[in-house]
Design a protein around this ligand. Structure first.
Ligand code: SF4
Length: 973
């Protein structure tokens, strides 16, 4: 069928459907037969039972929305609940979701595998032997809650607040748990972000005061991705569909990726640079634009903090824009196309072509970097900073087809309670050596504990598996086994993982259709709120039942974190004397514990602009509306917030400083429907920063110290990193200058499209598609190594080695190797772990030397799911991360993932999956990288631990930002 016929059919179907008074969704196939079920029919949707074929047996479903939890994109799902059995039959896309618009990747529908997984954890378990021994007993939730609450209460009463730590990987929620920790008064939030995205966040934060980009790919003329967004990047499916829309409308796609990703295969220009050289290319493009005056001069004049730069760095020169332009040209003149070609190995002509394309995009230039090169390299935060430089030059900032700061394209509603900032600073997570780190130095925790910097009394992990996901996993095992360092460890998880084996409690939490959360992400130029919910609870409530506890509808005794945290908070402070209980108390029924229904009802009724009115139009309460549709679009086309004029009522006794910052005495407006504009600063007389003066107008500006886009980061300059205060190229730790001749670079960061770090091991459809991670080697490199596809190779890192199979492919830059981090899952004992994707291994330790040996791979097994007897794969990949030491970037705090390795043919005694590591060597590497830092003790310009304006999850109170008066040794509280 050609496009014209298809469009005619779609338009006829639209007319027919709308004539029936129903909403028409064209659906991803653009054919009405495959269209989404109209929302008017979600109560009773009829489909033929495919298993009954050739009989035509009808099945009746109630369709209940929820949100996928298999990556950070939070796409909408529709659960098809069989009305006869009240079981979820399948998951498809929710067309009412503004971000994903009914579309999902393979991992969304695979949620059903996770729900029905025969190996899932259904009951709370308590360790019966030593940690890691594999002996467990089933316990009741009451016992668990009383034990944990008692420990935490004692810690709070004894002032050991910093010994309570919550370590989260994928939060998938709006800050609920951060507020729980604030209610307890602990600075106990720890995250995975410094092994994930903090490098890129730093690059964006130093520019615009907000740490994520929100590209408008669909309307771009040119799209530049330093990532693999069409298969796995950040906000992957929502962005991927918009990248394709942009391409369909004629946009050119440029992809930087050393590896031929699926995304690269769709590029008009695929550049395969030497790892870490990306900023050199980007600065050459910038130089091309600057030297030819192909940039948006008026935008740069109005919105860059060039006046501050000139005043601080060039006081000898006249402060005029024209003089600044001359200085700017000089700054980047050395970044010629030839220089970039030499650094990257990409042909100068190709770079020039890319530069021409960028210049041709005007304000419709969208770009994105998240993990990828930023996550791989020391100084990787400059990848994002130099990439955004191109947007800042072209003026493609919050324009149609440009890049928005994330906060303007997401919405975080005010919750029912906002506990005060905790009056504590936890140096185990925010050590003084890293005052500018974007996130917690989470991956250094084992080293800090071994150094005696502190200990953890009660440790929670949630959606996190540091033994497997982090570098240096054996050091994690060391500290997890040591009860003097970690007193009690509770793993909150729906599935087994390599860290949970060493827990005291394994606590089963729900999958995407078994829990409540709200979230909003920057998928495009709009603001929306999504609602994840236990679908059977929603359905039974729709039928008039009263459900007060999600365990009533979940399998076994699987719970959800919202109710768990509320109940735990309630029990920590049973009489309210600690001042904690009030944050878990019902407002409607004082004296009773807050319910999740009341929690979300309050938010939806009071804090989401437009939702009450929209719900009322359908005769629903806001809570019922969200239960029924799972998402709400708050606004569309938010536009350039920085250009908004500050209204007169927000200006009172205003003062304008020499760089155009406008300060006011007017109070902040109380309304919640304005885009958040954090004020990073106040003047000496207590006025707050409200905007910037631009061409005689007072405009909102950016939430940076200068109120403008910070080409020049005075923060970086003031805190000891003067040489990097403007976008620059930092040679990576794997730059050729730093490698020995027999070393090469291992790219270890890439995802496979159908797996998730930890939680997809129990998704049989996904496991069948992808279950191994061979080493990508270019044919020319393979010839030198004398290996062919399938041969075993030994990859030696600084601290050990792993043995993996080679995959000889032209899809990798010659001389560089790559291995996906998604594979190599393992289990120690029968009864633990996922049998579909975990090898059974043995661990051995001699002094500081550890080895992991694979005893057997995956194999078919009998279970209530007949498919488990059909498992045909044994190979589940190799756990390479165990062999990586920590590489904390001294500025961003990000672990720099790329490894300098030696690759050679395996030795005769080597077996597939062998791992060998010396943890003492890992300690040495940690100590070496610590020397690169510029600690707050010696570099803070104002006696504080960290610039207050920088974002920080769970920000503590302002007083504790101050360094202790007497210089205590680094590491004390
Ligand atoms: S991109 Fe895929 S895994 Fe991620 S939320 Fe969407 S459907 Fe789920």
């Amino acid at each position: 069928m050609n496009l014209k016929d298809l469009n005619e059919r779609v338009s006829a179907a639209r007319k027919e459907t709308e004539a029936r008074g129903e909403t028409f969704y064209p659906g991803p196939s653009r054919v009405h037969l495959a269209a989404f079920p109209p929302k008017e029919r979600w109560d009773d949707w009829v489909e033929l039972d495919s298993r009954a074929w050739p009989r035509r047996e009808e099945r009746r479903y109630a369709l209940v929305p929820t949100t996928c939890f298999n990556c950070e994109s939070a796409c909408g799902l529709l659960a098809y609940v069989d009305k006869a059995s009240m079981r979820v039959q399948k998951f498809e896309g929710n067309p009412e979701h503004p971000g994903s618009r009914g579309r999902n990747c393979a991992k969304g529908p695979a949620t059903i595998n996770q729900v029905t997984d025969p190996d899932r954890i259904l009951y709370p378990l308590k360790r019966a032997g030593k940690r890691g021994e594999g002996r467990w007993v089933r316990v009741g939730w009451d016992e668990v809650l009383d034990d944990l609450a008692g420990r935490i209460r004692k810690a709070l009463q004894e002032g050991r607040n910093n010994e309570v730590m919550y370590h989260v990987g994928r939060p998938g929620e709006d800050g609920f748990t951060e507020r729980v920790l604030a209610a307890w008064g602990v600075d106990g939030h720890n995250s995975h972000t410094n092994i994930c995205s903090s490098s890129s966040r730093a690059g964006y934060q130093f520019w615009m005061g907000l740490d994520r980009p929100s590209p408008d790919h669909a309307n771009a003329r040119v799209i530049l991705l330093i990532s693999s967004h069409l298969e796995s990047g950040h906000y992957f499916n929502p962005h991927a569909q918009r990248v394709i829309e942009g391409k369909a409308a004629g946009a050119k796609l440029i992809v930087f990726d050393t590896r031929l990703s699926h995304t690269a295969t769709h590029a008009d220009h695929w550049l395969s640079p030497y790892p870490g050289s990306e900023p050199a290319i980007l600065l050459a493009v910038a130089n091309y634009l600057i030297s030819r005056k192909l940039y948006d001069r008026d935008f740069v004049r109005r919105w860059w903090n060039w006046e501050e730069y000139m005043a601080v760095e060039h006081p000898e020169l006249e402060t005029s824009f024209e003089v600044f332009e001359e200085v700017l040209g000089g700054l980047y003149a050395s970044y010629t196309l030839e220089y970039a070609a030499k650094e990257s190995g990409v042909d100068a002509g190709v770079i020039e072509e890319v530069a021409r394309l960028v210049a041709s995009a005007g304000k419709r230039f969208s770009s994105h970097n998240w993990r990828s090169a930023a996550a791989g390299n020391s100084g990787g935060w400059q990848v994002a900073r130099t990439l955004f430089l191109l947007n800042a030059l072209t003026g493609a900032v919050a324009t149609e087809g440009g890049v928005f700061p994330n906060a303007w394209n997401k919405f975080v509603p005010k919750p029912i309670y906002s506990p005060p900032h905790p009056p504590k600073w936890n140096e185990l997570t925010w050590p003084r050596e890293y005052p500018l780190a974007m996130n917690e130095l989470s991956f250094l925790l084992p080293h800090f504990l071994k150094d005696g910097r502190g200990k953890v009394d009660t440790y929670f992990t949630r959606v996190y598996n540091p033994v497997w996901t982090n570098p240096d996993g054996f050091n994690w095992i060391d500290v997890l086994r040591d009860e003097s360092l970690i007193g009690c460890y509770a793993a909150l998880t729906p599935t087994w993982n390599e860290t949970a084996y060493f827990a005291d409690y394994v606590l089963p939490m729900g999958h995407a259709s078994e829990r409540h959360d709200i979230h909003s992400y920057e998928t495009h130029d709009a603001q929306w709120l999504g609602f994840r919910q236990p679908v059977l609870r929603a359905l039974r409530e729709r039928a008039g039942e009263k459900i007060t506890d999600t365990r009533e509808v979940n399998p076994g005794e699987v719970w959800e974190e919202n109710e768990f945290w509320l109940e735990l908070t309630w029990r920590i402070d049973p009489d309210g004397s600690l001042g904690v209980r009030r944050f878990a108390e019902s407002q409607k029924n004082p004296g009773e514990r807050l319910s999740v229904d009341e929690y979300y009802t309050h938010i939806f009724e009071n804090s989401v602009p437009g939702l009450p009115e929209r719900a009322a139009r359908e005769g629903l309460s806001p809570f019922e509306f969200m239960r029924r549709y799972g998402a709400f679009e708050i606004s569309r086309k938010v536009g350039a917030v920085y250009e908004q004029e500050v209204p007169a009522e927000e200006l009172d006794d205003e003062r304008v400083d020499r760089f155009g910052r406008v300060y006011t005495r007017a109070a902040k407006p109380a309304t919640t429907n304005v885009v958040p504009f954090p004020t990073p600063d106040a003047d000496s007389e207590g006025r707050r920063l409200v905007g910037v003066r631009v061409d005689e107008l007072t405009l909102r500006g950016f939430p940076t110290p200068s109120g403008r886009l910070e080409f020049y980061s005075k923060t970086l300059a003031d805190w000891g990193w003067h040489e990097y205060a403007v976008p620059a190229y930092i040679k990576s730790h794997v730059h050729p200058d730093k490698l020995n001749p027999d070393q090469t670079v291992l790219i270890s960061t890439f995802r496979v499209p159908v797996q998730i770090h930890t939680r997809s091991a129990n998704a049989k459809w996904l496991d069948e598609i992808a279950h191994t991670n061979p080493l990508w080697v270019h044919p020319s490199h393979a010839r030198r190594l004398k290996v062919e596809t399938g041969d075993l190779v030994r990859v030696e890192t600084e601290t050990g080695y792993f043995v993996v199979r080679a995959w000889v492919t032209e899809g990798i830059r010659p001389g560089v190797v790559a291995c996906s981090h998604h594979m190599g899952r393992w289990k120690l004992n029968d009864g633990e772990g996922q049998r579909q994707l975990m090898a059974t291994v043995s661990l051995d330790r001699k002094g500081s030397e550890w080895s992991l040996k694979r005893e057997r791979g995956a194999a078919p097994y009998e279970s209530e799911d007949a498919d488990t007897s059909r498992i045909w794969w044994a190979d589940v990949g190799v756990h390479q991360n165990l062999t990586f030491p920590v590489h904390p970037d001294p500025v961003s705090g990000m672990h720099c993932w790329h490894q300098a390795v030696r690759v050679r043919k395996a030795e005769p005694a080597d077996r597939y999956g062998d791992i060998h590591v010396d943890t003492e060597k890992s300690r040495e590497v940690y100590r070496a990288w610590l020397q690169f830092t510029r600690p707050a003790d010696t570099h803070s310009p104002d006696g504080t631990r960290r610039p207050y304006w920088l974002l920080r999850p769970l920000k503590p109170s302002r007083e504790v930002y101050r360094l202790p008066a007497e210089q205590e040794p680094v590491g004390s509280d």
